[in-house]
Design a protein around this ligand. Structure first.
Ligand code: HEC
Length: 197
């Protein structure tokens, strides 16, 4: 049976395989920003937030504690995402690529055991986060249960083994999430929090 050159030459075969393999990579990484400039241009007139040292420590803790296994950080272009992670009557803005440009690690995530955190910044006070990390079951919604009148059903583990400093660092990081995009602002264009400082 006749053999093609590529079947006889290892180098040609390897190069051919590499070329075929890279079509997917190039098609999903290099080409989209060339075709659609909106993917890489900011829709905000403000520079993307630079993380402070404290927030950077918080990022390391977020990574080390595996928060990403239960929490995503992406509001997808779906009504359900926008409604679910919105705030009062304001729908959560869809995540855009420029919002992540300062991120060294990407916590987009793939699994939502807990809620998405892409826009959680400003949603709760630091005190709320403090209490929630110490004992998640004591916070949030409570449901009627056969074991008692009401029971919280959070499956989030307690992080009370973290030091006070670590909880503060982690909270500082969480409070930045989603705030690059001004989707919750007061009449003076200042970011609005969901709590009184
Ligand atoms: C085993 C899965 C799991 C892990 C790991 C986990 N969480 Fe959660 N998280 C949840 C669930 C479930 C909820 C919803 C119930 C609640 O509020 O406790 C939640 C809620 C939250 C909320 C409130 C979000 C909202 O919009 O109400 C924050 C903030 C949060 N988690 C942060 C973290 C951080 C930071 C870490 C890592 C230190 C972490 N979680 C680790 C499951 C998890």
């Amino acid at each position: 049976m006749k053999k093609f050159a590529v079947e006889k030459n290892m180098l040609l075969l390897a190069l051919g395989a590499l070329a075929v393999f890279s079509i997917g990579g190039i098609g999903s990484t290099l080409i989209p920003p060339l075709v659609d400039k909106s993917l890489v241009t900011s829709t905000s007139d403000k520079p993307v937030h630079q993380y402070t040292e404290q927030e950077q420590r918080g990022i390391e803790i977020y990574k080390a504690e595996g928060c990403v296994y239960c929490h995503t950080q992406q509001i997808r272009d779906m009504v359900s995402d926008q409604k679910r992670y919105g705030w009062r009557l304001v729908d959560a803005a869809v995540s855009e690529s420029w919002e992540y440009t300062q991120d060294k690690y990407h916590f987009l995530g793939t699994k939502r055991t807990g809620p998405d955190l892409a826009r959680v910044g400003g949603k709760y006070s630091n005190q709320w986060h403090w209490a929630h990390f110490k004992d998640p079951r004591n916070m949030g919604e409570k449901f009627r249960s056969s074991r008692g009148p009401y029971e919280s059903s959070s499956v989030m583990p307690s992080f009370k083994y973290l030091t006070d400093e670590e909880i503060k660092d982690l909270t500082a990081y969480l409070q930045t999430l989603g705030r690059n995009k001004n989707w919750r602002v007061d009449s003076n264009d200042r970011p609005l929090n969901d709590y009184e400082d």
